[in-house]
Design a protein around this ligand. Structure first.
Ligand code: TRP
Length: 390
């Protein structure tokens, strides 16, 4: 299944896009596609529909900051693509989370589109999944406020990500940032993202496990105070993809925000840059691959190869045992480029057509909005906020 998506060739991709473009975009709330009943907003989110119970809902978010890299692709995006046919999936570009730290407005707005383009290039199929930008759907922020009011502040001060980010700002004295209230509220907004759609499955990296726990705590507290309202998201993270480490510091997970030039291979890096970065990757003092004694740098290069190639461990051993590090790096670089080049071609194709991209996002938002409206209305009723009589 993964392999099919990978080999989705450019022609097929173009045809898929064309078919999509022939579907007129209706006003929000109207049926969007005549081709697939799942695309009809009423159909997907009508709880009485037999389709509703067929699939659990999945939600995940990616911040439109930094440069998405092969670690994001092999660890998250590829996994999203694999999961999208088993769940009713919403993939959200979380720009409201991004602004918890100052973002240059022009850059942020370009990043929102870039991430949407990368989602599509990776193989997220807008017919199966909804791709949305968080700020498109006002209910995220609306629900976040209501949840803020049931969240004890002590829970938020205990979040390790809040502590790390606020300490980093404090230490960096020439930083333009101050520790905004948004940084503290960040996990409440994340809880709102998830609970708004009553999502059960939330594929995230282990760095977000604490925020997911908090989401459950908030949901539980709300349910206890106001009556059963929210579906409890599962804590069991769905099996994640590969865990790729930094090329220059192979004991740390590859990060979008790390500053080292050789830290990560970005998904939009030129082949020459990809080669250069991989050739400079940290290895160890052995001359050649030894599966029994290799250090984390070599293990990471092998993990990158295996994640792209999808071969099994036996094939890896047969291919790489005794290979000199120079050749290992070359082999990993060529494998990476082999996968990244068609990916980049699809990305360029999507980005050449801004109206197409806007259409996908508009369609995504229109498709998820009924569910968001349902939840907000229910929460308002539960809390005694104003709603019109039914
Ligand atoms: N906080 C997540 C991250 O930085 C992004 C995110 C925001 C998210 N809202 C979400 C992830 C909801 C999963 C579900 O990775």
């Amino acid at each position: 299944m993964m392999a099919c998506v990978h080999r989705l060739n450019l022609d097929e991709f173009s045809r898929q896009r064309e078919r999509h473009q022939h579907n007129a975009f209706g006003a929000p709330g109207q049926a969007i596609s005549t081709e697939n009943p799942f695309l009809n907003a009423e159909f997907v989110y009508d709880r009485s529909s037999p389709f509703f119970s067929m699939k659990s809902r999945l939600f995940s978010g990616v911040q439109p900051t930094g440069n998405l890299h092969i670690g994001n692709y092999l660890g998250a995006l590829k996994n999203f693509v694999r999961l999208q046919s088993s769940y009713e999936s919403i993939f959200c570009i979380v720009d409201l989370h991004a602004i918890t730290i100052y973002q240059d407005p022009a850059q942020l707005s370009a990043k929102n589109r870039e991430i949407a383009g990368l989602f599509l290039a990776a193989g997220i199929d807008p017919k199966l999944s909804s791709i949305i930008v968080q700020s498109q759907v006002a209910a995220h922020a609306e629900l976040a406020w209501m949840l803020t009011c049931v969240t004890p502040i002590g829970w938020l001060y205990r979040m390790t990500q809040f502590k790390a980010k606020s300490e980093a700002i404090r230490e960096n004295s020439d930083s333009q940032d101050s520790i905004g209230d948004g940084l503290l509220q960040y996990p409440v907004l994340m809880a709102a993202d998830i609970l708004l759609y009553q999502a059960k499955v939330v594929p995230v990296g282990d760095d977000q496990a604490q925020h997911l726990e908090l989401t459950r705590d908030i949901a539980q507290r709300f349910n206890a105070l106001y009556g059963d309202t929210f579906v409890m998201p599962e804590t069991k993270l769905p099996s994640v993809g590969a865990r790729i480490m930094g090329l220059d510091e192979p004991d740390k997970k590859m990060s979008k925000s790390a500053s080292g030039a050789g830290h990560a291979v970005a998904l939009l890096d030129e082949p020459a840059v990809i080669r250069k970065k991989l050739m400079r990757a940290t290895t160890d003092s052995n001359p050649a691959v030894d599966f029994d004694t290799m250090g984390s740098g070599v293990a990471n290069l092998l993990a990158i190869y295996q994640a792209f190639d999808e071969c099994d461990d036996a094939a890896m051993r047969a291919k790489f045992s005794g290979m000199r590090y120079g050749d290992l790096k070359k082999t990993v670089a060529e494998k990476t480029i082999e996968h990244i080049e068609p990916f980049q071609a699809r990305y360029r194709e999507v980005m050449a057509d801004p109206a197409y991209l806007d259409g996908i996002l508009a369609e995504g938002a229109a498709r998820v909005e009924p569910a968001a409206r349902d939840t907000v209305r229910l929460v308002k009723e539960r809390m005694g906020l104003y709603t019109e009589a039914r």
